[in-house]
Design a protein around this ligand. Structure first.
Ligand SMILES: C[S@@+](CC[C@H](N)C(=O)[O-])C[C@H]1O[C@@H](n2cnc3c(N)ncnc32)[C@H](O)[C@@H]1O
Ligand code: SF4
Length: 410
């Protein structure tokens, strides 16, 4: 979702998919991503497709749910006309932006529309992201009652000076309060953390991890800060106002993350994700990594179905206009070639703790198997698991995952 949209081919205005394009879809699970492109302020490091009220001009946040519901209806019609058998959603993820900025009634209306149109599988995982300073008991009690069952809170850091550098609007106390509210309401819980803010020391990162662990969330994501081109943070680093994240210190922080989280009973299941048990992993994230089908609703959202990927108009105004005109809000699409699909499969599956079957890998990339002994000797792939036929990264391999994938696919 970050950065400019890719180029790609023009997407058809009726959103239809050919029989050839949907081949294989019926064997896959189906997932919904719902993008809420609003934030109170824009954090200096963020290049997600999100806007403040001032940036939106004439577009009212209160009209947004209606546009999303139009896209939900449009998607059902396009899939039916493409002769795809109806499938229920196994997961729904409201992300942003800041979904928790919208009134609960709007979020609930969107969720009900998804449920009435497609249905949900039994025990479907229904998550919303939330910024700590937008969590109130009333709003989240209403969401819980309407069927949301998981909340991912953007904690980012437990240290005030780091939150200030990241230009977050909340303080550590807000995280605690928000967490207690959602936990008390019976939601599954996840915390997002970022390591590597300019000036953040290893000790400060330890403090953040300890604060997060003390809350005992079910799940944690820890992301290495990416300095996205065009952001305020990138300009501050370029002008020398802020220091660039140091690669060696980032690696030390990642190692500390693994050390503290595993000591606290969390197990990694993807490079940036840990959970307290297998059943508490994020089914929605796993669906992306395992190449399942999903429809991304909202401006700039990406979808993946069969062998096609498409993406929507980026600006909320042009997105809403297309739906008012009763045409697809998609602006571009890409038919995944066999080679691209192979490369993506290796890239995504090898980042998970389940890893990849080595025989599947050899079928996808002839000759890849012969490179495994050297990767084991370099300490990048687990030798014991390789004997059992699985390609799984070691801790060192997780730090150098992109290089491992290049070695296996070049
Ligand atoms: C799209 S944000 C939405 C969550 C929510 N708005 C918030 O910020 O609390 C999802 C997560 O992406 C991560 N993120 C966003 N920009 C990032 C960047 N430049 N580098 C690393 N992680 C980033 C943050 O951890 C954030 O919680
Ligand atoms: S609150 Fe979240 S989505 Fe909004 S600008 Fe900050 S990081 Fe980006």
């Amino acid at each position: 979702m970050a950065g400019p949209l890719p180029d790609g081919d023009q997407a058809p205005v009726d959103g239809l998919l050919s029989l050839e394009e949907i081949k294989g879809s019926e064997a896959r699970t189906f997932h919904a991503y719902v993008h809420i492109p609003f934030c109170k302020d824009i954090c200096g490091y963020c290049d997600f497709n999100t806007y403040t009220a001032t940036q939106l001009g004439s577009l009212k946040q209160s009209d947004y749910a209606a546009s999303l519901i139009s896209e939900i209806r449009f998607s059902a019609q396009a899939l039916e006309q493409s002769k795809l058998l109806p499938r229920k959603f196994s997961t729904v993820f409201f992300g942003g932006g800041t979904p928790s900025l919208l009134p609960a009634a709007d979020l609930i209306e969107i969720l009900s529309s998804l449920e009435q149109t497609f249905g949900f599988t039994e025990n479907a995982e229904i998550t919303t992201e939330a910024n700590p300073d937008t969590v109130t008991f009333e709003k989240f009690a209403a969401l819980r009652q309407a069927g949301f069952n998981r909340v991912s809170i953007g904690m980012q850091s437990g240290v005030q000076s780091v939150l200030d550098t990241l230009e977050r609007s909340h303080n550590p106390e807000n995280v605690f309060k928000a967490f207690e509210i959602v936990k008390g309401l019976g939601f599954g819980t996840s915390l997002d953390l970022i390591f590597g803010a300019p000036g953040e020391s290893l000790e400060q990162w330890r403090e953040s991890l300890e604060a997060a662990i003390a809350l005992e969330p079910d799940h944690l994501s820890a992301y290495s800060l990416i300095v996205e081109p065009g952001t305020k943070l990138a300009r501050q680093i370029k002008s020398g106002e802020l220091a660039e994240p140091d690669e060696d210190l980032q690696a030390e922080k990642y190692e500390l993350t693994e050390q503290l989280l595993s000591a606290a009973g969390y197990t990694w299941y993807e490079i940036s994700n840990w959970s307290k048990s297998e059943s508490l992993q994020s089914d929605h994230n796993l669906a992306y990594w395992m190449g399942q089908d999903w429809w991304g609703y909202g401006p700039g959202a990406h979808s993946h179905l069969g062998s096609v990927r498409w993406w929507n108009q980026k600006h909320p105004l042009s997105y809403s206009k297309k739906l008012e005109d009763k045409i697809s809000p998609a602006v571009g699409r890409e038919l995944l070639s066999i080679d691209t699909a192979k490369l993506e499969r290796v890239m995504l599956e090898s980042r998970t703790s389940k890893g990849m079957s080595i025989s599947d890998l050899e079928q996808l990339e002839a000759g890849a198997k012969s490179r495994i002994p050297q990767l084991i000797a370099d300490g990048l792939i687990d030798g014991q698991l390789a004997i059992k036929g699985r390609l799984v990264l070691t801790l060192r391999g997780r730090l150098l995952a992109d290089a491992v994938v290049r070695e296996l696919t070049d």
